[in-house]
Design a protein around this ligand. Structure first.
Ligand code: FES
Ligand SMILES: [Fe+2]
Length: 375
């Protein structure tokens, strides 16, 4: 399993491989967008594989620039389409040469058909999924299994908020050997900070203190309302040098997205973190961030990536250790108030899964609420 990888420079700290530690499976949320891979991997004429929600995918970029994502399986006899050919317009299966238009999956040619056949090749479709590029992610819309070939996305493609046209950006990724639910509640859990993220440049265990945070319901998620950030976090310490009030807002929305916005006068930092089910028992965390803070200071991007990668790796290492324990299916508990966001997540997810399409799911929060914890 790769360690933390950093893309959009050519640097890549992926090194040692580890055997996957398979923990319990999670119920998956379909009919939504998930990031499959980074689009800098998609070059002309190249087919690249990815896995989302246990579905093997093959992705590519057409000559026109448009992205496509197909199930990596030929509808004829199941060989992966990724071992075939792609000329920038059509994907050709390497077994019997069927040719497909990759965005809709329609078969264009079956070379073995003779003048005696009356089979219309264009009535055959490979599975293709809506695929859009935003912030360097190839987002793929995964419909519920069995819902038919022509999925029409019912939701907008996620996008990182930006507050100007001049900014720097970075991406980090780490594979997590646990199911998506553990990845997500690890993401929103405030109590692990002083223990997992100890570092001289960040904070020590001794910096633990009592906090009160106001949360409010938002559609299919919750918001930690705009507040002056706690003094013991690094970006906030850095923004403090501008001498203006710093305000941060953190949202979580289904199925897997945490957005954080920090603003200080006209300076800003924005991040979108997703925990994506790769299989029903493994997931991947991606962080994309953009900022105009210290825009003209040299080396800020590599330094930010270096510290960001350390931070994500601390979470990853902890979850690898946790996965060892989860293999034995222990009974677990969620406590108040530090685990309240995790409880809301499970309630929101259950409401989404149980509510018929077209109806608004019931929200687990009645209104704004204060949570208290020490971290
Ligand atoms: S398996 Fe793909 S064309 Fe036959
Ligand atoms: Fe963490």
């Amino acid at each position: 399993m790769p360690l933390v990888t950093i893309s959009d420079t050519s640097s890549n700290t992926s090194a040692a491989s580890r055997a996957p530690l398979l923990g319990p499976s999670a119920t998956l949320i379909y009919d939504d967008w998930y990031p499959a891979l980074r689009t800098d991997k998609l070059r002309a004429g190249k087919l690249v594989t990815a896995m989302l929600l246990d579905i093997p995918l093959v992705l590519g970029r057409l000559k026109s620039g448009k992205l496509f994502a197909m199930r990596d399986s030929c509808p004829h006899r199941g060989i992966p389409l990724s071992v075939g050919w792609f000329d920038g317009e059509r994907v050709t299966c390497r077994y019997h040469g069927w040719e497909f238009e990759p965005c809709g999956g329609q078969c264009q040619l079956i070379p073995s058909l003779s003048s005696y056949d009356n089979l219309d090749a264009t009535r055959i479709h490979a599975s293709a999924y809506p695929c859009e590029e935003r912030d360097g992610h190839a987002w793929v819309y995964i419909p519920a299994p069995g819902s038919g070939k022509a999925a029409t996305p019912a939701r907008a493609v996620p996008e990182l908020a930006k507050f100007g046209t001049r900014y720097r950006s970075a991406h980090l990724a780490a594979d997590l050997p646990c199911n998506v639910d553990h990845g997500i509640i690890g993401l929103m859990d405030p109590a692990h900070g002083p223990f997992v993220h100890q570092a001289w440049w960040w904070r020590t265990r001794a910096s633990i203190r009592e906090k009160t945070k106001k949360f409010e319901p938002i559609p299919e998620g919750f918001r930690m309302a705009a507040h002056a950030p706690s003094g013991n976090s690094a970006p906030y310490k850095l923004l403090g040098v501008y001498g203006q009030p710093v305000e941060t807002t953190i949202d979580f929305v289904l199925p897997n997205r945490r957005t954080e916005t920090i603003r200080c006068g006209d300076k800003w930092f924005s991040s979108l973190t997703t925990v994506t089910p790769v299989t029903s028992s493994t997931c991947r965390i991606d962080v994309i961030a953009a900022w105009n803070v210290f825009y003209s200071v040299p080396f800020v991007t590599p330094i930010a990536k270096f510290f960001g990668a350390k931070f994500v790796k601390q979470d990853q290492d902890t979850m690898i250790q946790q996965a060892e324990g989860l293999k034995h299916n222990p009974s677990l508990m969620l406590i108040d108030d530090a685990d309240k966001p995790a409880k809301w997540y499970f309630a929101l997810k259950q409401a989404r899964l149980e509510t018929p399409a077209g109806t608004a799911p019931k929200h687990p929060m009645d209104g704004p609420v204060d949570l208290h914890w020490r971290s």
